[in-house]
Design a protein around this ligand. Sequence first.
Ligand code: GDP
Ligand code: ZN
Length: 337
Amino acid sequence: MTIYDYGFIGEQTGTVARITAVHRDRFGIAGDFGEGYARLKSAEYYAGNEVFPTAGDFVTIDYIKNGDSRILSTLPRRTVFNRRDPGPIPREQAVAANFDYVFIMQSLNHNFNPKRLERYLTLAWQSGATPVILLTKADLVEDYWEYLTQVERIAAGVSTHVVSARTGYGLNRLGAYLQPGKTLVFLGSSGVGKSSLVNTLAGREIMAVGGIREEDSRGRHTTTHRQLIRLESGVMIIDTPGMRELAMWETTEGLSDAFADVEKHLGRCRFSDCTHTKEPGCAIRAALEAGELELSRWESYRKLKEESIDKDEMLRRKREWSKNVAKFSKDRKKEIW
Ligand code: GDP
Ligand code: ZN
């Protein structure tokens, strides 16, 4: 196996490795030398000259045969997913790097949600990788044409596939993405079938379905802390707790969902900075007068919006949110990792 089998593109002098796992201060690495562990060469990293590696990163190392290698530098990323660091200082934190395809997954039975799909698509395009939409659990529905029509409206031009990990339906269409050296990430709520699909693609149980990792007689599976998995087919999959949190953000961004009936009237006023009080050509007042918009709905929407402009309130919510994410990630780690 060479670093090129791990998806490395280009030329590099020195030894290049791919990050397969991120622990507190130790990294899993793979490359020409096989698999091993590495630590950061502190001086470079703590001086702020280098980007901290994340799962999927390519790094240059001083290879040490019988011990932890030294990571010297993080090579530029082709694609990346960032999330807000749940620490006290808000900053971006990379949760996966150098993936080729983002499999955006929603299940056909109850998880399908156009708003969430839009958000996932935005994230995927921002990452620099190619989004592919997978509507999962096809075996649980009679007909999916209506869903496909909705997807088409939101994501025209994005490849969309209907699949079932249980029956294998539609999986043959994924061949174009499942090429040796390619890396995938999955973006989808818990329960949509990410682990099941990985297992089906791997041809064996490498991820715990339903969130509980099975134990074998010698304890935990060796893949417990692995965050980049290379299948025998040569396809790689990155699955980190951070990716799962990224998929969760929707819970904190429910305002638009909850007020779709109000928001559909916005942006139609004659003046773009309309305050909806006395300006001529105000679409909101017109909708209220015509009975198309309930006054009580408008009032509660306005109240919420006013609140969210309040800076202190914003900061308070941000801290609250960060706390929840940190707690969630801790619980999640206990559960899965
Ligand atoms: P994850 O949380 O996204 O990794 O989802 P899992 O792979 O753990 O699956 C959640 C549940 O959905 C499990 O009970 C799976 O057995 C079930 N499931 C996954 N894929 C399919 C499918 O294609 N068809 C059906 N009927 N159930 C599925
Ligand atoms: Zn107005």
